[in-house]
Design a protein around this ligand. Structure first.
Ligand SMILES: *Cc1c(COP(=O)(O)O)cnc(C)c1O
Length: 399
């Protein structure tokens, strides 16, 4: 049977303590042991199924982790308090002083800042490369490189990483391929293409209601156990633990992810095609004009489409700001960072979410001042939305 992430989530059946249709929320930070010996064994990592303390694991977090592992097709997963709380322990678990990372240069601003400004304090350095050029990626590898890092679809430029190609390079050089799949849940299953670790910020599409932050690391049992190890596990010791109440609410939202992703993709595809036809510079992986359209088409689980993210370029930051303010006044979306909400969100990444990246580097990677990043919402009638958006664009003389 073909791997289908949403079917895998659907097949999970969890009951609550009293036969509830949702699993019970564990309302405890610590757990009793019937024997002192079992407590000792648990500290040694040998008591399968025993709960110790909630920074290590809790029933609610394990339910959510299991569902996300089913979605990504990995052995298991570990949830965290935020996307950054998932990313940073993974890098610190794989890398120590003297080690090296090869990363895509177009990644989430926080991840970039962590690699660029924070990890060098620990003598972990990163080469930032154009991830779409496999020869450039391979040339950046040094004897100290441990991790190859990318986002499936990059933020904010929507470049596509050739995960199978990168995985071959990673295997050849004995590196771990770590993929941030936040922009493309369900659409892309990186572990099925050779990624060793798949990360999400649950804050975005997966939770989908912009009411919490959360993160997850999906990988092998061995790696997840190492992250949770009481003696030297980066997740356990850095302490970015998700709260049980949040885990249970994210799990409920995950149950509708497939419906939402299809609608986000449908709406984004429609708008991207119309904007492009109108002569607006539009970047969307579902457009044949996207440099990696064919590659991405071969990577996605087609029923979930090309995703909800698109960018347009309106020429200048002033125009971008005017347009975003006007669209917000007309209730077409919110001028806000983040993504994956029911409502369209837009921001100018150069001066916001990617402002950690120095201006000259922004220019070099093609991040222009007039770029607006859209996370397209779940609008019922996208043609109506389009008509109202294009009115705003014309009114401001952008077209
Ligand atoms: C938002 C985001 C993150 C960080 O997640 P938080 O939940 O905000 O910590 C990481 N990667 C990508 C691609 C993101 O969009």
């Amino acid at each position: 049977m073909k791997f289908n992430p949403a079917d895998n989530i659907q097949d999970l059946q969890y009951f609550g303590e009293f036969g509830g249709v949702n699993p019970s929320i564990s309302d405890s930070s610590t757990y009793t042991f019937l024997s002192a010996k079992t407590m000792f064994d648990t500290f040694e990592g040998n008591a399968e199924g025993c709960y110790l303390y909630s920074r290590h694991s809790s029933p609610s977090n394990l339910y959510l982790g299991e569902a996300l592992a089913a979605m990504e097709g990995t052995e298991t997963a570990n949830v965290a308090a935020s996307g950054m709380g998932a990313i940073t322990p993974v890098l610190l678990q794989f890398c120590g002083a003297g080690n090296h990372i090869v990363s895509s240069r177009t990644i989430y601003g926080g991840t970039y800042a962590f690699m660029k400004n924070f990890l060098p304090r620990l003598n972990i350095n990163t080469a930032f490369v154009d991830i779409t050029k496999l020869d450039v990626v391979e040339a950046a590898i040094t004897p100290n490189t441990k991790v190859l890092y990318c986002e499936t679809v990059s933020n904010p430029l929507l470049e596509v990483a050739d995960i199978e190609g990168l995985s071959k390079i990673a295997k050849k050089h004995n590196l771990k391929l770590v993929v941030d799949n936040t922009f493309s849940p369900l659409s892309v299953s990186p572990a099925k293409m050779g990624a060793d670790v798949v990360i999400h910020s649950l804050t975005k599409f997966i939770n989908g209601s912009s009411d919490t932050v959360g993160g997850v690391v999906c990988g092998t049992q061995e790696f997840i156990d190492s992250l949770r190890n009481v003696n030297d596990g980066a997740s356990m010791l850095l302490g970015s633990t998700m709260d049980s109440l949040r885990a249970s609410s994210i799990l409920k939202n995950l149950r509708t992810l497939h419906i939402r992703i299809k609608q986000h993709s449908h709406n984004a595809q429609y708008l991207a095609e119309r904007f492009e036809k109108d002569g607006i510079t539009t970047v969307y992986p579902g457009l044949t004009s996207h440099p990696s359209h064919e590659l991405y088409k071969g990577m996605i689980n087609p029923e979930y489409g090309f995703g909800g993210m698109l960018t347009i370029d309106v020429g200048s930051l002033d125009k971008a700001n005017e347009l975003m303010e006007l669209m917000q006044n007309r209730n077409l979306g919110y001028l806000a960072v983040s993504l994956g909400f029911y409502k369209t969100l837009f921001s100018a990444p150069g001066s916001s979410t990617s402002s950690e990246i120095p201006e000259d580097e922004q220019k070099e990677m093609g991040l222009t001042d007039g770029l607006i990043r859209f996370s397209i919402g779940l609008d019922n009638d996208i043609e109506r939305t389009y008509t109202m958006m294009i009115d705003c664009i014309k009114e401001l003389g952008i077209l």
